[in-house]
Design a protein around this ligand. Structure first.
Ligand code: NAD
Length: 289
């Protein structure tokens, strides 16, 4: 190793036991499962979310594993909330080793009709929410020369898997791009970066999913999941160990479902051919002008 190169530059050096992790959107689904797995592997966890009842329940579940947990009500669209989250985490634990930027929402609708307010809302949560987390927690990591960031994007961040959710796909491509740029910027400074690209995972995401620009008569028909995505769906509990393994092995891309890595590779090999095949193989979306 060159003189001056931080130890953390070498792969596999983030050991979870004894660390402190912050998980946004940590009260449900993938975030909750990862918070619990981090605790099982010996991390204390700050769980941040807007859902107060699930926040309290998740904090109890983390403590039941035998680790400390600080639940914080935090809306990742609010600068002040994210800054207050960082202050609370630093005050309680001294330092934060791992940030999982995971809070996310879904918006579906025809791209030419989705309300501007819905475009702004999803980009604020799914993209700028990650940026706020990085601005609040990464400066201390850069100063120390170690730390880890996991951003939750989606298989929708590398593959436009359907015609039904352009806002979601747009936000997740941005989340993926931001993550790759972060890896380029932060890894040389000793900070690990991974991007989680789940396929379909059984969670509560649908509860807050909104349709926008879809007339009432098409409300039921404005959805298309490719059958292979549905067939490969996994439970949220399976995702926590995948994230922790990737962090400890310092792997950048985390695909959760059986065929997703392959989908990604073939999609990228010839995007024109991939698009044509995907369009030919899917039902035509309702014609809504
Ligand atoms: P979930 O709804 O079960 O969990 C998301 C959590 O984020 C919820 O607890 C919610 O309250 C919280 N949240 C939403 N907006 C917030 C905000 N403004 N501030 C703070 N917290 C907020 O859904 P999930 O599937 O576990 O989603 C987690 C992440 O995984 C999201 O980024 C989602 O886009 C991504 N993802 C999910 C799937 C899937 O199939 N479930 C697939 C790919 C990617």
């Amino acid at each position: 190793m060159q003189a001056g190169t931080p130890e953390r530059n070498r792969p596999g050096l983030m050991k979870i036991p004894g660390t402190t992790a912050v998980v946004t959107g940590g009260a449900s689904g993938i975030g909750r499962a990862t918070a619990l797995e981090l605790a099982r592997r010996g991390a204390d966890v700050v769980v941040a979310d807007v859902h107060e009842a699930r926040l309290a329940e998740t904090a109890d579940a983390v403590r039941a594993v035998g680790r400390r947990c600080l639940p914080v009500r935090c809306d990742v669209t609010r600068d002040d909330d994210v800054d207050a989250l960082a202050s609370a985490a630093f005050a309680e634990f001294g330092a934060v080793d791992l940030l999982m930027n995971n809070a996310g929402i879904a918006v579906l609708g025809p791209p030419h009709r989705v309300e501007m307010s819905e475009w702004q809302r999803i980009l604020d949560v799914n993209v700028l929410g990650l940026v706020r987390g990085v601005r609040a927690f990464v400066p201390a990591m850069v100063e120390r020369g170690n730390g880890y960031v996991v951003n939750t994007a989606s298989i929708a961040g590398v593959w436009a898997y359907s015609w039904d959710c352009a806002p979601y796909i747009t936000s997740k491509f941005a989340a993926y791009g931001f993550s790759e740029a972060l890896a380029r910027s932060l890894r040389p400074l000793g900070i690990g970066v991974s991007v989680l690209c789940p396929g379909l995972v059984h969670t509560n995401l649908g509860e807050n999913a909104r349709h926008s620009g879809v007339p009432d008569e098409h409300a039921g028909s404005w959805i298309h999941f490719p059958p292979e995505l549905v067939a490969d769906a996994v439970d949220a509990d399976a995702v926590g160990p995948m994230v922790c393994d990737a962090v400890e092995g310092e792997r950048f891309t985390i695909f959760t479902n059986a065929n997703d890595a392959e989908h990604y590779r073939t999609w990228r090999t010839d995007i024109d051919a991939s698009l044509a095949a995907a369009i030919a193989g899917a039902p035509t979306p309702p014609r809504i002008a």
